[in-house]
Each structure stands twice: as C-alpha cells, then as structure tokens.
Design a protein around this ligand. Structure first.
Ligand SMILES: *Cc1c(COP(=O)(O)O)cnc(C)c1O
Length: 378
C-alpha cells in the first residue's frame, strides 16, 4: 500500500494504478508470446475510470448483457464480447450494436436471434457456449458444471446441423485456478468437441484463470493456447475478471465504536453485506494490514458493520494495540467483485472510489450519497 490512508474518504475503495499496471503487463506477456486475445470480464471489475489504461494492454471487454456491453463499448472502445445465459428480445438489437462477438447459451437462443443478426449491417462473430461437464471447482456456487447447470450445451445436446453461422465455441468452467486445471479441461474439450472445433475460427477459454497470482504457471497456459492454435488453427480468447484486478485495491474503513459482549467487538463504517458481499457469499476472510488471526496478537476483536443485519460480521482479527474510535483499517484485495457487487441495503452509503496514480496522486474518482440510494428505489 503506497497511499496515505488519511487522504481518502472513509469508507473508500482505493485502486493503485501501479499494481494494476503490473497485472496488465503480465497478461500482455501472454498476448505477445501466443497471439491470443485477453478481454476484461466486466462482471468482476468495472472501474471504467481505468478502462483506457486497461485497453492499452488488453484487447477489449466481455459483457454479460446490455448494460455491461454498453459500458465497455463507450468507455474502452475496443472489442466487445457479450454472452448471456438468455438474451432478451427487447434488448437484443441494442446489444448487437455494441458487440463484436455474441455467445449463445443454447441452440434455441441461437435460432431465435440468428435472423436478426443476419439482417443487421454489422458483422458479428457468433459462438455457442459449451458445457464440457468437467470442472475442478469444489463449491457448487461457483461451479458452472455442477449437476443440472444452466450454462452451455453438453456434448450430448450439441446440434452440428445448426452450426451454420457459428464461428466459435466458448467454455467457462474455472474459478481462481492455475493453468494445470486449464490444460486438463482443454483435453476434455478436445475429446468431446474436437470434431466441431475443426469447423471453427476461434475458441474462448472463459475466465477463472488466476494469471496474475505469484505461483501461476505461464508455460502451461501458453501450451494450452498453442495446442488449440496448432491443432485447429483457432484464435484463442481468454476473459479473466478477477485476475485483472487481483491484489490491486484496498478498502479503507474507520472504527466507529468498540464494545464488549463476551469478547471485544468493533463496529466499522463498512459493511460485509453491503461493501464486500463475497466475504459472506464466498465466504472468505479478507486480510487487514497489520492484523493477524485471532489471538496471534494481544488484542482480538470481532469486526462488524453498521447495518442491522446480525450476520454482518467481517471476522475476528487480532491487533498489536487496542482499537480506538477513529482508527483506520485497510482491507486488502478489494478491487474485484467488490464495487460491482455492492449495494445500499439498510440505507448504507456506498464507499467512495479512489485511484492512486503512478504519479503519486490520490484522485477521488467518485463519491456517493442520498441520490444514489434514492435513485434505485421508488
Ligand atoms: C465470471 C465470468 C468470467 C470471469 O471470471 P473470473 O473468475 O472473474 O476470471 C468470464 N467469463 C464468464 C462467462 C463468466 O461468467
């Protein structure tokens, strides 16, 4: 962390530009070495203030529907890919306007919208999402291949007779994984869908590639990409979300009060439920700078949010000194799946968004208030 925690409003998400650039450089190395294309999955990180910067390294964005497609089109202006589990009739023409690639979740969806694509002036590459029924994700919540999954066409349901106009296949079966998982997945995809890949121009390996993690094995990723390029002559796309923003941002919060109920408790101005929902949903324990596991340091506290939800608890942490009202705490790795998932439940305001630039300036990009809360209600 290189910024002054007192120089930002509390709470706020602070992204460090240099950390983001480090991640983007790692990804650009893969692009340069293989000729693959890497897209930002906006579902994981949509801080459009830095889209121009991301666009200097990556090839574009991937979107889950109309709103993300438009955001990527307007704010980055490079390739826009859109996949949705089901497109809506009344949104489709606008999605078509923003998108360069459209990926359909079923052959029925493809048949429904094919005519509208063919009628439009614009050239769009169309693909089908496949479900290779192979995933190493153990948590069902994050496993697109769990039983009765709604994502993608299995090999049993694949309809080769409907492939006219389809130029690519897409799979997304990974989450926070290394490239050994990818390589095993590629072999399954090859075995089950090889005959169809021969007719394709491109393949999209989806997201879940933890490319920017310290122990990530680039060589196996490069091998996997080259396998599909060499065997089938395919252009290869990857669309990581999390990896783009991994370890690039922080959430700065303040202690509002401390109390005691069987153990010391601190109430913060940030909420697990509203500002870091994955802490409850995933669930996971975010790191705090200078804090340790309970009882490792002399002063252990249960940290909770200011909402009225009993379970709005971030976790138990120990500190070198007793927490005081006004102390600032800095949560790590809060750039991805935070801003995109937060909410104003219980009338909680949203954290401000700040960027610490490579020049050393801390820019407050956006602050929120009553109008944002009111604006999504009626
Ligand atoms: C969520 C998602 C991604 C990005 O996943 P990360 O785990 O953030 O890398 C990419 N593609 C699709 C289709 C997704 O649903």
């Amino acid at each position: 962390m290189n910024f002054d925690v007192k120089a930002v409003p509390s709470p706020s998400y602070v992204v460090e530009e240099q950390l983001l650039i480090n991640n983007l450089q790692k990804m650009k190395t893969i692009i340069d070495q293989t000729g693959c294309k890497i897209l930002l999955a906006q579902k994981g990180f949509s801080m459009f203030e830095v889209y121009p910067l991301i666009g200097e390294y990556l090839n574009g964005v991937t979107s889950s529907g109309l709103l993300e497609a438009r955001l990527g089109y307007e704010e980055m202006g490079k390739e826009v890919h859109t996949y949705s589990p089901a497109f809506q009739e009344d949104e489709f023409d606008e999605i078509l306007r923003y998108s360069d690639h459209l990926v359909f979740n079923s052959f029925a969806q493809w048949r429904r919208f094919k005519g509208r694509i063919q009628k439009s002036e614009k050239h769009v590459e169309c693909g089908i999402r496949i479900n290779p029924e192979y995933s190493e994700i153990e948590v069902d919540m994050y496993n697109p291949c769990f039983s009765h999954s709604r994502f993608g066409v299995t090999s049993a349901d694949f309809a080769p007779d409907l492939l006219e106009g389809i130029s690519g296949l897409h799979f997304h079966t990974m989450c926070e994984q290394n490239s050994d998982t990818l390589w095993r997945t590629i072999q399954v995809v090859d075995e089950k869908f090889g005959p169809y890949l021969k007719q394709m121009k491109w393949i999209n390996f989806g997201g879940g590639h933890h490319i920017t993690r310290a122990d990530y094995d680039n060589a196996t990723l490069i091998h996997s990409i080259n396998f599909m390029k060499d065997k089938y002559g395919l252009d290869v796309y990857l669309e990581p979300g999390e990896a783009v923003a991994l370890n690039t941002g922080f959430l700065v919060a303040t202690v509002l009060d401390t109390l005691h109920n069987g153990m010391p408790i601190a109430i913060l101005d940030t909420s697990a439920s509203c500002h870091m929902p994955d802490v409850l949903e995933m669930p996971y324990r975010p790191e705090i700078i200078g804090a340790s596991l309970p009882n490792e340091k002399p002063y252990t506290y249960r940290l909770g949010g200011p909402t009225c939800l009993a379970g709005d608890v971030i976790g138990d942490y120990s500190f070198d000194a007793p927490l005081q009202t006004g102390d600032r705490l800095v949560f790590c790795d809060m750039a991805h799946y935070s801003m995109v998932k937060n909410n104003t439940f219980n009338g909680m305001n949203l954290p401000s968004i700040a960027l610490h630039t490579v020049k050393g300036e801390t820019k407050i990009v956006k602050q929120f208030g009553y109008e944002d809360f009111k604006g999504r209600l009626s």
